[in-house]
Structure formats: C-alpha cells, structure tokens
Design a protein around this ligand. Structure first.
Ligand code: AMP
Length: 454
C-alpha cells in the first residue's frame, strides 16, 4: 500500500517523495489511518520503525484542516523525554509540513527560555517539548492549551524512567478534556499501562513488533570475554571486521571517556557523548559520526536516546545495561526502518545476571560466538530461558521538576527565515552546566547518568 492510498494530502505526499520514502513502514500503515480518523492510538513501537512519521503525518493533515492557531496557543503537542529526540521529531515535522502553512516549534530545557517565549507568541500549530520546560513556559503564561486538539507522548517508557510522571500528570491537567491522544512506547510496563488507562480512550492498539522484542532486522550475538580483555576485544572486533560507523555503548560516562582514549591510541578515531558533555560537544560528535569523520561513537544510554542515523550498521555493547529494557533501546539504534544491522555484546561472567534478565525480557536466547584469541578464563555459561516476569504493581515516583532554565533559538519555517540551531549549536549559547536541572530529579532506577539530556 502506498502513502497516497493511506489518504494523505498532496502536500504531504510531495514532502515524502522529496524525502525519498517510497512505501509506508508497518507502524505507518497501522497508525496513519487511525490518527486520520481521529482515534486515540496506543502503539508499541521502538525507535527505528518509522514511528515519528506514523504520528506526525496524520497530525499535520488534521491540523491543516482545522482553525488558525491563536496567539500563544498550541494545537498539537508532542512530549518527548530528551532534547535530542524533541529536536529530531520537530525536524521531521518541519520537513513533512514544508508544503503546508503549518508552523512547528520545539522547546526544551538547558537553554535560555526567553527566545522560546518569543517564538511561541504568535501561536504554534505543532509544538514538540520536553515536559519540564513546557511547564516552565506555561507558568510564565507563554503557552496556552485551550486550542489543543492532539497530544502525543513519544517514548513514554523513557519519560517515566526519567522521572517525568509528575510533570506529565501536571500537563494533562492543563489540557482540554476533549482531545485526541497518541501514546508511543518501546516497552509496555505496568506503569505505562497505568498511565495509558487515564490517557487514551478506546484506543486503536498497534504493535509493530511483539512487546519488548528486539528489531528482527538486527543480527545479535554475544562474545563471551573476560572483563579485563574487553577493551582489546572491542578493538579486535572493529579492526577484524573493518567496521565503520560503530556505536559503542558504555554504562558509565567515565567508561565512555576511557574507551575513547584507548580506541584513539589503537588508531580508531572515536568520540564520546554523555551527560557530562555540553550540548555543543554532543551535537558536534554526532555530526562527525554521521559524516563518517569518526569511526566510533561511544555513548551512554541516556545520551544515545534520540540518535537517528539512517541504517546504522553496528552497535557494540561494551557492557550490558543495568536495565534489561535499555538493551532493547540500544539495539533499536541499528537495523532502523528495515535495514539490517548487527548488535554485538561483550559479556563477562559478572554480567551473567544482566544477560539472563535481557533474555527473559525479550524471550529470546542470544547466540554466543567466541572471538578467536579471546576465549575467557571465566567461561560464560549458557542458561535456559526464564519465563517472562509478571508486571509489577506500579510505583509512585517522587516529585520532580525540570527546572533547567534556558532555550534555543529556532523558528517556525513560515515566519522566520533563519535555520533553527539544533540542540547544542553555538547559537543556542548553552553551557555544559546547562545540561543539569537545578533540582536533581530522583530516578526510580539505577542510572549512572542522572542528568542525561533532558
Ligand atoms: P523513527 O522510528 O521515527 O525514528 O524513524 C527511523 C528512521 O526511518 C528515520 O531515519 C526516518 O527518516 C526513516 N523512515 C521513516 N519512515 C520511512 C519510510 N516510510 N521509508 C523509509 N525510511 C523511513
């Protein structure tokens, strides 16, 4: 089925053709007609499936049919957990809507707030926001929701993991009761289901891959290796396979920095992105990686969120994540939108429990492949797959306020000529310290990087 057959307008079809999309992905096939009909949608779709276009395209079409936006008002709101994802979603929305008269904007913390207030003054058809900054803007009367028609929670699981539940509930109270709600999440924990109960009404349920399953276009395997040999093994894997554009995951920021130094020493050009790096440094590293100026990008889980690189071929888990769901997110970085990727995990015996939890969550065994010359002294046993966990009772989180003050300087495409600086560009005048919220947000789960990139 083509995009035209889904009922999208000529303006949107033109943008899609310019973007080079030929056929809709499964999530788009399922979500676009439902959103066009005005239905609520609850979708289990990880990043890489084409989910953004799945909600943005039909939203733009609906918005194009509605009334003109009033001053300081917003007609559709997309909430995302991180700035990178917010910027990326808005980039897509701006592109898809380029032949329409609709305005799009993005606001997030860590940059100055005043320019954002100015940009909201004329009203915005589609606003992408991180929750804390949106509340800040609302408390300063810079944004109104009385015209709001559509709400999207994107990567809802990650928003809850990052402690945004209170902010989200506060925002929900500010919105008109009658609206269309779209909920996207890679995983559906008991807590997400609880949130969904209050949010979506009689939703169309869409699942493009089984709950908590990893993208099947990704070939995954484990290299059993001693902890002390991991760095050498990493270098060996990259060199032996002549891999370029490798995204390496490190559990900690220090680990990421150390790896970059060791890779550089081995003649492999690398850079790190994590919460201690300024937005500018992160954006630069990402751009160099996209442009293939560096071979390896070492990232922590939070910083990697929202990275969208087409057909990213290789992901290596230098260490396994503490949270099994993060494995699914990491793997979602490769094999995007139907391309085939490889995901390799270097696993030492001390990580066996983490591995068992990952296999239990995804309900799939991951193949072990020894790396020649790296057979571990402490072998990694093959453990039988455990039955899936029963959902836990949802826990309540502590109050959390995103209070990072600041902004970026973007524009809406119709009214302002200059290009929006992406998060971290020099025009947004951020400082590394701007990454940190003033009040430390309490996370529910262990996380080495408490203030990632909100
Ligand atoms: P997302 O899951 O929204 O992060 O999208 C993942 C990637 O797939 C992005 O690079 C999109 O630009 C790309 N994409 C989305 N829809 C399509 C499509 N129908 N055909 C080809 N690429 C697509």
């Amino acid at each position: 089925m083509s995009f035209a057959e889904l009922g999208l307008s000529d303006h949107l079809l033109q943008a899609l053709s310019e973007k080079g999309y030929q056929v809709p992905t499964p999530i788009q096939l399922a979500a676009i007609p439902a959103v066009l009909e005005g239905r609520d949608v609850m979708a289990a779709a990880q990043t890489g499936t084409g989910k953004t276009a799945g909600f943005v395209l039909p939203m733009l079409q609906r918005l194009a049919q509605g009334p003109k936006v009033r001053a300081n008002s917003v007609r559709a709101l997309v909430l995302t957990p991180t700035r990178e994802l917010a910027a990326q979603v808005e980039d897509n929305a701006e592109y898809y809507g380029r032949h329409t008269q609709l305005t799009t904007e993005v606001v997030f913390g860590g940059v100055k707030i005043n320019p954002q207030m100015q940009r909201l003054r004329g009203g915005v058809d589609l606003l992408v926001a991180t929750p804390g900054r949106l509340l800040d803007l609302h408390s300063q009367n810079a944004v109104r929701f009385d015209q709001l028609e559509i709400l999207v929670l994107d990567e809802a699981d990650r928003m809850l993991d990052m402690g945004f539940i209170r902010d989200i509930r506060k925002i929900l109270k500010l919105l008109p009761q009658k609206r269309q709600n779209l909920l996207f999440s890679a995983t559906f924990s008991a807590e997400i289901k609880e949130l969904a109960k209050d949010l979506v009404h009689n939703p169309v349920e869409v699942s493009v891959s089984p709950e908590n399953a990893t993208a099947h276009t990704v070939e995954q395997w484990i290299i059993p290796v001693d902890k002390s040999a991991k760095t050498r093994a990493l270098i060996e894997v990259i060199k032996r396979n002549s891999w370029f554009q490798v995204l390496v995951f490190s559990r900690t920021k220090h680990g990421a920095n150390r790896l970059v130094a060791q890779l550089d020493k081995a003649g492999i050009k690398a850079a790190a992105i994590h919460g201690n790096k300024s937005q500018g440094a992160r954006t630069r590293a990402l751009q160099e990686f996209k442009d293939s100026d560096i071979q390896v990008l070492v990232a922590t889980d939070i910083a990697a969120r929202g990275i969208d690189i087409k057909e990213l071929p290789h992901v290596i888990n230098f260490d396994l994540p503490n949270i099994a769901e993060d494995y699914v997110h990491r793997i979602g970085r490769t094999g995007r939108a139907g391309s085939v990727g490889e995901a390799v995990s270097l696993v030492s015996l001390d990580e066996l429990d983490l591995l068992i939890e990952i296999e239990r969550l995804t309900q799939a065994k991951i193949e072990h492949r020894e790396l020649e010359g790296f057979a571990p002294n402490n072998p990694l046993p093959e453990v039988a797959l455990k039955a899936p966990r029963k959902p836990k009772k949802p826990k309540t989180t502590k109050p959390a306020t995103e209070s990072s003050k600041a902004n970026r300087t973007p524009t809406s495409k119709n009214s302002r000529p200059q290009r929006k600086p992406r998060p971290g560009s020099s025009a947004s005048s951020e400082k590394p310290s701007g990454d940190k919220p003033q009040n430390q947000r309490r996370r529910r789960r262990p996380k080495p990087e408490a203030n990632g990139n909100r």
